[in-house]
Design a protein. Structure first.
Ligand code: MGD
Ligand code: MGD
Ligand code: SF4
Ligand code: MO
Length: 556
């Protein structure tokens, strides 16, 4: 039974298209009042969003491992086991616990999950989403104060030039591409693609460059050099919004052009042409994704060089500009916004920040720990050593990490709770498996890749013995912590979250009943802020320092 009257949000990617069930096709379709997919379309992934629910792989009751076998138990028994084991570990050392949150779950669920971890006394909470874009996020956070898309999708229509590097938006975020980027190209904007391989976006590109993988930093250094040489930089922006220009110029002047080109395997005249197109564009923007970001170990040089390219050409804070990281999973942005991260409370407030801590303490009646926790990768690697208990909520590290064999072994070395609708490779290592809800069974909110918060509504009935994620987290919070986890549904959780998270302050379910609201929310702006870094960067500073590059283009 699917409710065809209500609208929800597609669970398949971070674009956040609205959908509803269509009785005629027995599939999903776009509702008339869709906001992001205002073209009235869904991509094939969206149309088939209900299909995964039709499998027999659904876990339909709690399971406990005994003598290597999984036996079905009551919820009460499952909760008792979790309570006794996690409390035992917590009493010894809260930092021996690890919490892996979910970019697939709602904002309300992620908020409660991090509250659970922190009320138990640890900041060892992270989410898989950070790994997809690890190095891009790190550099954007460090220099700009935010890794969120600096401009909204709608606003990207204003761009005159797009530099798409390490991303395939036409294939991976197709509705965003077709609704906002393609129209700009049809209107005369230029799409430049830098990617070692061809993908669907290549078909729409005016200029393409195929460097060897992991050599982008040399290409961007050359772009910066040619922009400087052709005097295409934005002097006013550089003087008003940046620092360290002279050292930057000296470093760029020093690069060995031939060696950079040889290492990257590119032709200098093609790079020069791209530099001139990007530099001459009135409004130019960068779109990136996992191609330069999904590096669990790598440095931030490539992203730093891209930020410098935008600073040099004055492309921050205006329509059609900015550094736009296209995120992957449906609530990747929201999981991060909610503080499912080891070093930030909801709203990217540092766990050490006294004002932020006081704000959280007021709502939680318990003080969050002040020492930053450890990253997901670090935690997973420490399973069985310093980490004795882990709670995996809606992710599948046994399958989706780089070093899957070692991670699978480590999962057996901790007391492991897995909360997932399906019997995943990770669940196969769990001590307790909690049968959770799927996207269409719940209500709440999600935040898409351009910071747009929208309502998720229940469209289907969950299987009988399963429970909603929110309900499970509330029960565990009440049993395990001294903080209050008594909520009258997701709206109640959202209201509390808005008190703790300044970026969401002022938002409400009634405000997003139709359409949505974008953070940082300003009531005066009605729907929130379209463009970040306008007067000041998100770290509160007026200026960003150039990062003088030090690269060694050793021959390949
Ligand atoms: N249909 C569908 N859509 C999805 C998903 C899905 O599973 N199915 N998954 C979602 C998720 S979770 C994510 S994270 C996103 C991923 O979104 P994208 O990151 O846009 O997806 P990819 O197709 O992997 O594109 C990455 C591109 O980076 C290029 N690349 C690799 N190495 C380098 C390099 O060193 N330099 C440069 N310049 N480029 C490089 C690759 O050739 C590839 O074209 O997609 C989301 N959308
Ligand atoms: N082999 C392989 N590895 C990969 C990738 C790949 O394509 N192949 N892609 C990479 C990328 S870009 C990403 S983003 C990651 C994804 O990595 P993961 O997030 O670990 O994997 P997923 O399979 O997307 O989803 C994890 C689990 O979330 C559960 N889930 C979904 N919705 C809900 C919900 O509402 N509640 C609960 N409790 N659980 C839910 C799903 O059932 C699934 O078991 O993998 C990365 N690694
Ligand atoms: S673009 Fe993404 S959100 Fe939109 S329908 Fe496709 S998978 Fe769903
Ligand atoms: Mo991803």
């Amino acid at each position: 039974m699917k409710d065809e009257r209500k609208t929800s949000i597609c669970p398949s990617c971070a674009v956040g298209c609205s959908l509803r069930y269509d009785t005629e096709t027995d599939q999903a379709t776009a509702p008339n009042d869709a906001v992001v997919n205002c073209n009235g379309q869904l991509c094939p992934e969206g149309i088939s969003a209900f299909d995964p629910l039709e499998t027999d792989d659904r876990i339909d009751r709690p399971l406990i491992k005994r003598d290597g076998e999984y036996i079905p138990v009551s919820w009460e028994t499952a909760y008792d086991r979790i309570e006794s084991e996690l409390t035992r570990i917590q009493n010894r050392d809260p930092d021996a616990l690890a919490f892996l949150g979910s970019p697939h779950a709602t904002n309300e669920e992620n908020y409660l999950f991090q509250k659970l971890a922190r009320a138990l006394g640890t900041n060892n909470i992270d989410n898989r989403a950070r790994l997809c874009h690890n190095s891009v996020e790190a550099a954007m956070n460090e220099r700009l104060g935010s890794s969120a898309m600096s401009n909204s999708l709608e606003d990207l229509r204003e761009a005159d030039a797009f530099l798409v590097i390490g991303a395939n938006p036409a294939g991976r975020q197709p509705i965003a591409f077709d609704s906002y980027i393609r129209p700009a190209i049809e209107n005369g904007a230029t799409l430049i693609q830098v990617d070692p391989s061809e993908n669907r976006t290549t078909q729409a590109a005016d200029l393409s460059l195929s460097p060897r993988p992991d050599t982008d930093v040399f290409v961007i250094a050359l772009l910066n050099l040619y922009i400087l040489n052709a005097e295409l930089c934005d002097e006013q922006f550089i003087s008003e919004r940046t620092e360290g220009f002279d050292q930057f110029v000296a470093a760029v002047d020093d690069i060995d052009q031939e060696a950079c080109a040889a290492t990257a395997g590119v032709n200098l005249s093609e790079v020069r042409k791209i530099a001139h197109v990007f530099g001459r564009a009135e409004r130019a923007t960068i779109i990136t994704a996992t191609g330069i970001g999904e590096c669990e170990y790598g440095g931030t040089e490539t992203t730093d060089a891209l930020i410098d390219l935008l600073l040099l050409t004055g492309n921050f804070g205006d329509p059609g500009t900015g550094m736009n990281l296209f995120r992957g999973m449906n609530n990747e942005q929201g999981a991060n916004d909610m503080g499912a991260r080891p070093h930030t409370l909801p709203g990217y407030q540092d766990v050490t920040n006294p004002t932020a801590r006081a704000r959280a303490t007021k709502q939680w009646e318990i003080e969050p720990p002040a020492t930053p926790g450890r990253s997901e990768l670090d935690l997973v690697r420490s399973f069985g050593d310093s980490i004795e208990g882990a709670f995996v909520f809606g992710e599948n590290p046994a399958m989706t990490k780089m070093d899957t064999q070692r991670i699978a072994q480590n999962l057996d070395r901790v007391f492991l709770v897995v909360q997932d609708p399906f019997l995943t490779e990770t669940a196969a290592h769990a001590d307790v498996i909690l049968p959770a809800s799927a996207w269409s069974e719940k209500s709440g909110t999600v935040t898409n890749l351009d910071r747009h918060v929208q309502r998720v509504r229940q469209l289907t009935i969950p299987p009988e013995e399963t429970k909603l994620d929110l309900e499970i987290l509330c029960e565990l919070g009440a049993r395990l912590t001294d903080s209050s986890f008594a909520y009258d549904g997701p709206e109640d959780v959202f209201e509390e979250m808005c008190q703790v998270n300044p970026l969401y302050a002022g938002m409400s379910y009634s405000g997003i009943e139709h359409g949505g609201q974008r953070w940082p929310f300003r009531e005066a702006a009605d729907e929130g802020t379209q463009i970040l870094h306008e007067e000041r960067f998100m770290n509160g500073k007026q200026r960003v320092r150039f990062e003088p590059i030090s690269i060694d283009p050793s021959p390949p």
